[in-house]
Design a protein around this ligand. Sequence first.
Ligand SMILES: Cc1cc2nc3c(=O)[nH]c(=O)nc-3n(C[C@H](O)[C@H](O)[C@H](O)COP(=O)(O)OP(=O)(O)OC[C@H]3O[C@@H](n4cnc5c(N)ncnc54)[C@H](O)[C@@H]3O)c2cc1C
Length: 594
Amino acid sequence: MTYRAPINDMLLALNHGAGLQAAVKAGHYGDFDADITAAVLEEAGKFASDVLAPLNRVGDENGIKLDNGGVTTAPGWPDAYRRWTAAGWNAVSGPEAFGGQGLPLAINAACTEIWSASNVAFGLCPLLTLSAIEALEAHGTDELKKIYLDKLISGEWPGTMQLTEPQAGSDVGALRTRAERTADGSYRISGTKIFITYGDHDMTDNIVHFVLARLPDAPPGTKGISLFLIPKFMVNPDGTLGARNDIYASGIEHKLGMHAAPTCTMTMGDKGGAVGYLIGEENRGMQCMFTMMNQARLGVGLEGVGIADRAYQQALAFAQERRQGRAVGKTGNGSDPIIVHPDVKRMLMQMRALTAAVRTICYATAVALDVSVRATDMKTRSLAAARAALLTPIAKAFSTDIGNEVTSLGVQIHGGMGFIEETGAAQHYRDARITPIYEGTNGIQSIDLVTRKLAANGGASVWTLLDELTEIVSRVEASNDPAFGTTGSKLRDAVASLDRTSRWLLERIASAPNDALAGATPYLRLFGSTLGGCMLASEALAARNLTEVAVDASRHVTLARFFAENISVQAAALERTVIDGADAVNAADAVLLA
Ligand SMILES: Cc1cc2nc3c(=O)[nH]c(=O)nc-3n(C[C@H](O)[C@H](O)[C@H](O)COP(=O)(O)OP(=O)(O)OC[C@H]3O[C@@H](n4cnc5c(N)ncnc54)[C@H](O)[C@@H]3O)c2cc1C
């Protein structure tokens, strides 16, 4: 089953739902010419359909192999990667000073959706490189930037992110990998990391690892962590590759999904220690890591969007072909395609509406990240940074939860064939399953949303966003368009639930932290369902006034209505779950430990 990037939907989401067009008009993107967006996405879609999508199944079936300390990827993978870098796709949003194209992150976010939809295991490699670029650009020395930044930006040398150890997963502060200072100013790193994505492979001749480790005199916990750049091969002064560094893949994992993306155990120090270079300051590695993590979290959210869209496209095609039963009221022999059945229509609409909502949430996060570094005035930058910080955990967790739900519905629509590997529906479901786990589990994202993002400045970022959502609701109501049905009132109720629940949680973060933590996951869901509903409504309103692109406004109004009347209505129940449900969670030991 092939993949076609839904360019018109993506452009509507980017320009109108996520606010790219307004930000460009306000001057926050300098002289960026927004007209090129469509052309970039068209080309990305073509590359994805022609090169990446056909390799998706190949990668799933062949997986990867580890021999003599080196990982071999699936057939066609190294060639596809070479074509990818040669076409410049790795460098879309990289800084121009180091060979990048300098395009907005928002454009790259839309491209990331396309790579993830066509071949999520392939797209995972550049996703991590993007984070590495950001950390090096923000915190690296000029000397390190000179050697590594342009190679990372072009993709000639991809990056890895190495935090996890057996005893240090969500609790990064528990890591034990050791770093020793040396006389020449570099460091020697020893230890073992687990679950390292693309920790080794045969797609490029060098890999740039970003590794968290601890100095001998470091304070305990996250305050004693430093970040190091460790090349797989040392780089000679003339730029050629030198000796093999002491960092090896000593094992690979056998996984539920993402078979083509190597997940490696990395061993450092068997031969005296891997040579590493400090990024940022000693013991301040977590700050550098946070720079990498925001990008990576958005990227993983976009994986959720991409896989969801791929599963939807496939389920829609299947539902138009597979014949079972008759439409209500039809008589005579024969059977109809299953898409005539209201229950199948509901599943497809659910897939489509949820995917559209998380797409816009992710793109809006990217626009906020762009404005936070591109706007000319500091106040706009700082408001945008606060918006990006608020949206990041929602973009990561809500989108990846939706990725799982939508791919599960995709299997369901295929009936028994969905459970059989040959349709490919099962692969999307298996591949999606890791996304709520890595890059900070969705539970950790929810806690971040409540305890840091909601709590910041007495909830200021949340109240500002709620005002904007209320304004969208008012515009829906003022449109008096009967096609919106009860969208206005449903969204108004959802926003009111989100407002009350936010205030309730804010009061308890300090006074009753277990109440706040117990409600974190349903709160994130409530946030996503309300935000997504309002964003789709805003897109539908914009579509009604558009003349410049081929957009069928009635389609978007119906989609927004479906979301408001079928999904955003869950806000009231989620409000009760947060507020009334905490006591039973706090009393859970009586059940769980009895
Ligand atoms: C395929 C794959 C690829 C990966 N790629 C990378 C990579 O490239 N680099 C890297 O460094 N790591 C990588 N990881 C590791 C990944 O980021 C971790 O698995 C993840 O952070 C969770 O850590 P853990 O597995 O130790 O689970 P744990 O931290 O043990 O969590 C188990 C459960 O407990 C919950 N939990 C834990 N602590 C808390 C808390 N304080 N409050 C509430 N709930 C809590 C979690 O939400 C989760 O549900 C990868 C993992 C996989 C499987």
